[in-house]
Design a protein around this ligand. Structure first.
Ligand code: GLY
Ligand code: MN
Ligand code: MN
Length: 476
């Protein structure tokens, strides 16, 4: 009964929560961040922890790249402005000291209102806030005679300064310097209902973008038009930023894993691979769909598509708490090898290199504030990290039949540090080359975002059509 009541409250609070932030691009609950800092401080071994936001990067001349806060910094504060830092000193009078940029008439005129020191206390809950201009001057006093210092070397400009203070100038040398990442990442890898609700917003916006493309894609469109359409749908769903640069790859480009340009005109008969993710409240989605531009898969495309889909479904079935993630990826790789052998794209499913020409074995990664989210230092065994309730992983098998891999086989084997005889290479090429020609330039990836639950998993991205039938129906 208690479980039922808990579930009822969880579901109701998620619904209320979604309704509450529906119209905003970032939600902010001061209490959530205070609790996280508290949890972090409870894990600290006394001492002080310092977090510094990354520097703004220059793009060209006096124009900067759009700024995004470091994810650990954001996780503990919800604060998004650059030129900021904070210090946590558990048990001291000021446990949370925030250094932020001061608001002044000039910044108001040029860049608009910023949080300022008053806001850092009122909105973000700092025990005291100080201008960031004072940070360097005050740091030696903050670190002086501390036995344990937590810092993750996240800011190039301040790394030298802090290491100089620690090593040479002020008071006793600390006994321990600990990377903050392990503590924060162990917290970040398990997602709360609050986080899942935000991830679901990003994921739903991304599914809607996939559906929009299914309805509108056609030969003759450029990849960049599709990209613009996708990002418009993100924005329409209160996600004005992507979690990573959109990959929109048609025809032969679909065989390139992280294809960066989007300048090809799509042709009749092409596949279109879209690996995209909206960001909501700093949480990223990461969903890939591969569709036929003209609405119908060819026989060869369909054959490979069904293999990738079966591999993915086999993997999704195995995603449960208590199971090692490597075991799941290995099973999918083994399955892909069996299928590639049946097709004649490899000659030996146990070979250490053959399948890797067309299939990449690393098919899962954590998802969260970073699209390739942090690992922490959680329990593992010989099967890899053991899945726990609240983890979110992608699962993204693919087949990428790039015929150039045959021409470049020797160099690829060198890069993989594989010792293979000339005779073996020639024999392999002679056997597989005709089959490679048949499937040449087909690139397929299917990627979903999966939450590990109490009794199995939940596919958070299942709104985006995935089977051949669903895709072809929608494109009619
Ligand atoms: N979007 C990058 C990845 O799937 O890992
Ligand atoms: Mn991914
Ligand atoms: Mn992806």
């Amino acid at each position: 009964m208690r479980k039922l009541i808990f579930k009822y409250f969880l579901i109701t609070s998620i619904i209320l929560f979604i309704a509450k932030f529906n119209a905003f691009t970032q939600i902010f609950d001061k209490e959530v961040y205070a609790q996280r800092r508290q949890q972090f401080m409870e894990k600290m071994d006394n001492g002080v922890a310092i977090f510094i936001s990354p520097e703004v990067s220059n793009r060209n001349n006096d124009i900067d790249y759009k700024y995004r806060q470091n994810s650990d910094f954001y996780y503990l504060t919800g604060f998004t402005e650059p030129e900021s830092a904070f210090v946590l000193s558990p048990g001291s009078e000021y446990e949370f000291v925030f250094f932020v940029k001061e608001n002044n008439p000039m910044t108001k005129m040029w860049t608009g209102d910023i949080c300022g020191v008053e806001g850092a206390m009122e909105k973000y809950g700092a025990d005291t806030a100080i201008s960031f201009d004072q940070f360097s001057t005050l740091m030696p006093y903050v670190l002086r005679d501390k036995d344990v210092i937590y810092y993750n070397m996240s800011n190039d400009k301040f790394n030298d300064e802090i290491s100089e203070i620690i090593n040479y100038r002020w008071g006793n040398t600390p006994k321990k310097i600990i990377n903050t990442s392990e503590l924060v990442h162990n917290m970040r890898i398990i997602k709360s209902a609050y986080e899942i609700a935000q991830m679901q917003k990003a994921i739903d916006a991304t599914c809607e973008a996939h559906i929009e493309v299914l309805n509108l894609a056609e030969p003759g469109m450029y990849e960049y038009e599709v990209k613009a359409l996708i990002e418009y749908i993100f924005a329409k769903n209160n996600c004005p930023r992507e979690g990573f640069p959109s990959i929109v790859a048609s025809g032969p480009n679909a065989t390139i894993l992280h294809y960066k340009n989007q300048n090809r005109k799509m042709e009749d008969g092409d596949l279109l691979l879209m690996d995209i993710g909206a960001e909501f409240g700093y949480y990223s989605a990461d969903i890939t769909r591969t569709i036929p531009v003209n609405g119908k898969f060819t026989k060869e495309q369909k054959k490979l598509y069904e293999i990738v889909l079966s591999a993915q479904e086999m993997g999704i079935d195995m995603l449960k708490k208590g199971v090692g993630i490597e075991k799941i990826m290995n099973r999918m790789t083994e399955f892909a090898g069996e299928e590639l052998l049946k097709l004649g794209l490899i000659t030996d499913k146990n070979s250490a290199w053959q399948s890797r020409l067309w299939y990449f074995p690393h098919t899962c990664h954590w998802l969260g504030l970073d699209v390739h989210d942090v690992n922490g230092n959680v329990e593992k065994n010989e099967d890899g990290v053991i899945l726990q309730e609240g983890m979110v992983t992608t699962i993204e098998p693919g087949l990428y039949i790039n015929p150039e891999n045959i021409d470049n086989l020797k160099q690829i084997l060198e890069a993989y540090r594989m010792q293979v005889t000339e005779e073996e290479i020639n024999e392999f090429i002679a056997k597989v080359e005709p089959v490679v020609k048949k499937y040449a330039q087909i690139g397929i990836r299917i990627e979903d975002d999966i939450l590990i639950t109490e009794d199995g998993n939940k596919n958070l991205s299942d709104k985006a059509p995935r089977t051949v039938k669903e895709i072809e129906e929608m494109m009619k």
